[in-house]
Ligand binder design. Structure first.
Ligand SMILES: [Zn+2]
Length: 175
């Protein structure tokens, strides 16, 4: 039972951390889950095509994830199917995007993830921890998945969309 990826939106990122193609679990996963569960991920920022965050674990590490954005046509389609919804987009919107050939979650081989730590292992536990943290954010605010793909979030449909992610209480997510 996972507390990350409770929606289709978050599951995309939980699967980036736990790809089913792995023959055995990544030994860094328990550490990564623990870091994400216990609030060690800070200053998370999600923008068009980019995520930045810091991870506290024997020091402070800067994690940066880059991913492809959608073209104008794809953004218009996403705007169309997401219109009128709140931040809490249903899994049906996710399904519509997948069927249109534009899955919201990035392909494993389409993203670039870097960390400032000295571990030679990539992805390190910090990058994996950020994937879990993003999964949780998207479970609660699916619309952020569209922001990552380049959708303009300048006109949030609810007031909660104005709260910077860093100000959300991590404990709230575990209720
Ligand atoms: Zn690292």
């Amino acid at each position: 039972m996972s507390d990350f990826g409770t929606t289709a939106w978050g599951r995309d990122w939980q699967r980036l951390a736990e790809p089913t193609s792995l023959s055995r679990p990544d030994p860094a996963l328990p550490r990564a889950r623990s870091l994400a569960r216990h609030g060690h991920i800070h200053s998370v920022e999600m923008r068009s095509g980019e995520i930045t965050a810091t991870v506290e674990h024997n020091g402070t590490h800067q994690v940066r994830v880059e991913m492809p954005t959608w073209n104008e046509h794809q953004l218009q389609y996403a705007q169309h199917v997401a219109t009128g919804g709140s931040d809490d987009l249903s899994d049906a919107v996710h399904t519509a995007l997948v069927h249109n050939g534009q899955p919201p979650g990035p392909e494993q081989n389409s993203i670039t993830a870097t960390c400032s730590c000295r571990s030679r292992k990539r992805p390190c536990a910090h990058i994996l921890a950020v994937f879990f943290d993003i999964a949780r954010h998207l479970d609660h605010r699916p619309r952020l998945a569209l922001v990552l793909r380049g959708m303009n979030d300048a006109h949030p449909t609810t007031t909660t969309a104005r709260i910077p992610i860093g100000l959300l209480d991590p404990a709230h997510f575990y209720e």
